[in-house]
Ligand binder design. Structure first.
Ligand SMILES: Cc1cc2nc3c(=O)[nH]c(=O)nc-3n(C[C@H](O)[C@H](O)[C@H](O)COP(=O)(O)O)c2cc1C
Length: 204
């Protein structure tokens, strides 16, 4: 959802906390590295982190982007949203100690793949829990809010990698004018037969 002007908030923070709690029941296989775990105030092994921006912070971030001349749709999404969750995952540190740049954010290991998979499962749980409560959601790659500079102003450690900017939107009645754009590829996913095969024999 997009809005040129800030939309009145209607989401109850307790409800948001409830869906975050449900998201946290995602499966995970491997513990996050101690590098990441030592920053937590409570013990947890999970490889994902959710950084939750309430309405006021969404609006401050929107203003910051507008002041920087941002022309993407993200300021309009931030104006429409009640909550933004910057969902990151915790890559294992590079054994060589080499610094990773912004383009190449992690080493392609199976462990890192599994950290990403677990984080994606947590995000999908969040989307399902929100949808079941009639809260509209949107999973974005982040565009301008992927930048390290934004992570830094939000207090997100530089070695976490953003998997998704997850927007939660208020009820549609709150919008003076609402634009809802469905996903571009929604109707192009094909039937299961296009991407799923049943194995009936073993190859020799
Ligand atoms: C990892 C990931 C990143 C995405 N990033 C974007 C994005 O940056 N911009 C975008 O328009 N859609 C993005 N999408 C797709 C939207 O989330 C999706 O189109 C939207 O949820 C609506 O889907 P639907 O209408 O098929 O339910 C992304 C999806 C995933 C899984």
């Amino acid at each position: 959802m997009l809005s040129a002007e800030p939309v009145e908030s209607s989401l109850d923070q307790k409800l948001v906390q409830e869906i975050i709690e449900l998201a946290g029941w995602a499966p995970f296989h491997l513990a996050a590295s101690p590098v990441h775990r030592k920053r937590l105030t409570e013990a947890s092994l999970v490889p994902w982190r959710f950084h939750v921006l309430p309405k006021q912070i969404c609006l401050s971030l929107r203003q910051r982007l507008l002041d920087q001349g941002d022309r993407s749709k993200v300021p309009d999404m931030l104006a429409a949203a009640d909550i933004l969750i910057q969902a990151t995952w915790c890559p294992d540190p590079d054994e060589t100690g080499a610094a990773l740049d912004e383009e190449f954010e992690f080493i392609p290991t199976v462990s890192n793949m599994e950290h990403i998979a677990a984080t994606a499962a947590a995000v999908q749980n969040l989307l399902l829990a929100a949808t079941a409560r009639n809260i509209s959601t949107y999973w974005s790659s982040g565009g301008p809010i992927r930048k390290r500079e934004v992570a830094s102003v939000l207090g997100i450690p530089a070695d976490e990698v953003l998997l998704g900017s997850i927007f939660l939107f208020p009820e549609q009645e709150n919008y003076a004018e609402v634009t809802v754009r469905p996903g571009k590829m929604r109707e192009k996913r094909g039937a299961p037969a296009a991407w799923c095969r049943w194995i009936t024999t073993l190859e020799e």
